[in-house]
Design a protein around this ligand. Structure first.
Ligand code: HEC
Length: 166
């Protein structure tokens, strides 16, 4: 009896501690959200407002990637659904694949992901596209253009200018 009560108390304590714990796992620097390991991540507020980078990623994805990977990351007969594959893709691998491209050749077909390392409309927005796709992979945002977004942070403007100049 005593033991059971203790177990319940411990469970309740763990449950109430959880939201605070989850909040601690990500932090932000001028509107850019990062995990505790400093990997870029998305943020969606209760009313559906997304952080700037997630919104920007939506736009970049739909100008450069959706022709092959389908709208909303859902895939096509030609290229995989990134809303699925991103569930198991590490940040570093994503950066590498998108910059360098990838080719799979089998007896019956060639599957080719072009490299975007030299395309600034992609390379200047790698993190944006990454966090957008992670939000889709985690089911944190629905299909379509996010209806509300945070204002563009000064850091994002500065980074963009520097990236296009360099
Ligand atoms: C011309 C068509 C095409 C475009 C445009 C394209 N991709 Fe791809 N992508 C592919 C194909 C095909 C594959 C599968 C390659 C393979 O089989 O190895 C792929 C694979 C990938 C993968 C690896 C998926 C996995 O299986 O783990 C990532 C990540 C990816 N693409 C991201 C992007 C992003 C981000 C963009 C936009 C900047 C983009 N792709 C634009 C065709 C494309």
């Amino acid at each position: 009896m005593q033991r059971k009560k203790l177990a319940v108390a411990v469970l309740l304590a763990a449950m109430t501690a959880m939201p605070a714990f989850a909040a601690e796992e990500k932090h932000q620097e001028d509107g850019k959200y990062l995990t505790k390991d400093d990997v870029p991540t998305y943020n969606v507020k209760e009313d559906g407002t997304v952080d700037w980078y997630t919104y920007s990623g939506f736009r970049r994805y739909h100008s450069e990637c959706h022709v092959c990977h389908g709208p909303d990351g859902l895939g096509s007969s030609y290229a995989p659904a990134l809303a699925d594959t991103m569930k198991t893709t590490e940040y570093a691998d994503f950066l590498y694949i998108v910059a360098a491209g990838r080719e799979k050749i089998t007896a019956s077909q060639v599957s080719k992901m072009p490299g975007f390392g030299d395309n600034k409309n992609v390379s200047c927005y790698m993190d944006d596209i990454y966090v957008y796709l992670m939000a889709r992979a985690d089911g944190a945002i629905p299909r379509g253009r996010p209806k509300k977004r945070d204002a563009k942070p000064a850091t994002a403007k500065a980074y963009e200018e520097e990236c296009y100049e360099g």
